[in-house]
Design a protein around this ligand. Structure first.
Ligand SMILES: C[S@@+](CC[C@H](N)C(=O)[O-])C[C@H]1O[C@@H](n2cnc3c(N)ncnc32)[C@H](O)[C@@H]1O
Length: 302
């Protein structure tokens, strides 16, 4: 989808974030435009999937006739899913080989229903569950799609949904809802341990909102000089220890922590949890691996 469409889909999030009493603080009217511009900025240089078509794969049917299986790019275009071209090619690289093995998928954040229809056709044997704070039931309906209205961070709603699937566990969970660090963290805490299959995939989209000044829980990263250049500055953000070779060795490296960015960095800690000796009880990471791309975090569960 185009940047303009991406802007459009973000608007309900902005409205949600700004409660009646905080309208003055944020200025709702102008905020809508500013969020749109930020999103466009993030996407600069990326082509819409409408312009990127990868060829579908020809599958041999049991009877000998073959049928064209559409690529994720073609399905996104067909259903007007709001996914950028680089997200789609990343998903193709991860899932093309296992399309027929996926049974249960949940996407938090449905909006126009395009992405749940894309997932439904991309994973031909899967049941797709969609959750949105708005009523998307008219758009998100059809064979193998079930829509639930509610908040992504509502543990009771998520439990009610997971109770309805065999084994209570999804193959794939996609968080494309509010794009606020706290909500994404709560969703992860409700779903990851108990409701994602071993070997399952957890996806968080659009984590770059944490770098945006005009996003409710984001902010522009603090310009930080190089760690080594700060050794003589008294009021430094860095903590140093004596080092024979360099004089002072920085022990801390300043890093941005706002909103989704801060939450993603907590997930980095989880990816090497085995090294945290103070953890009680000691345990290894829950992750097989975590891939961070521009816009998407993908975690493969052990
Ligand atoms: C980015 S759009 C989803 C786009 C869709 N996944 C697609 O790719 O076409 C985000 C959606 O999340 C919804 N949303 C915002 N905050 C939410 C929350 N706390 N819980 C559930 N949905 C929320 C919005 O109503 C909006 O429809």
């Amino acid at each position: 989808m185009t940047n303009d469409n991406r802007m459009y889909k973000a608007l309900p999030v902005a409205k949600l974030a700004i409660s009646a009493h905080s309208v003055d603080q944020y200025g709702v009217g102008t905020k809508r435009l500013r969020i749109g511009r930020s999103i466009s900025r993030l996407r600069t240089g990326q082509r819409s999937h409408n312009k990127v078509r990868s060829k579908g794969i020809r599958r041999q049917k049991a009877g000998g006739a073959s049928q064209m299986e559409l690529s994720i790019q073609e399905l996104a275009a067909k259903h007007s899913a709001s996914k950028d071209a680089n997200y789609l090619s990343f998903y193709a690289s991860q899932f093309d080989g296992i399309r027929h093995q996926i049974k249960n998928v949940i996407e938090l954040g449905v909006q126009g229903g395009g992405s749940v229809k894309m997932w439904r056709d991309y994973f031909p044997r899967a049941q797709i569950f969609g959750v949105d704070i708005d009523d998307c039931s008219a758009a998100a309906q059809g064979e193998r799609i079930r829509f639930f209205q509610g908040r992504q961070e509502d543990g009771e709603l998520l439990k009610m949904i997971t109770d309805q699937i065999e084994g209570g566990q999804f193959d794939i969970i996609i968080d494309d809802a509010a794009h606020f660090g706290l909500y994404s963290k709560l969703t992860y805490e409700h779903l990851f341990d108990g409701h994602l299959k071993p070997g399952g995939t957890y996806i968080i989209e659009d984590w770059g909102t944490g770098y945006w000044d005009d996003w409710p829980d984001g902010s522009r990263p603090d310009p930080v000089s190089h760690e080594m250049e700060n050794r003589d500055v008294k009021d430094t953000k860095f903590i140093y220890r004596e080092d024979e070779a360099t004089g002072l060795l920085p022990r801390t490296f300043h890093s941005h922590q706002c909103g989704m960015v801060g939450f993603v960095k907590q997930l980095v800690d989880e990816s090497h949890h085995g090294a945290i000796k103070t953890a009680i009880p000691r345990r290894t990471s829950k992750f097989q691996y975590m891939i961070v791309t521009e816009g998407v975090v993908l975690i493969k569960k052990k």
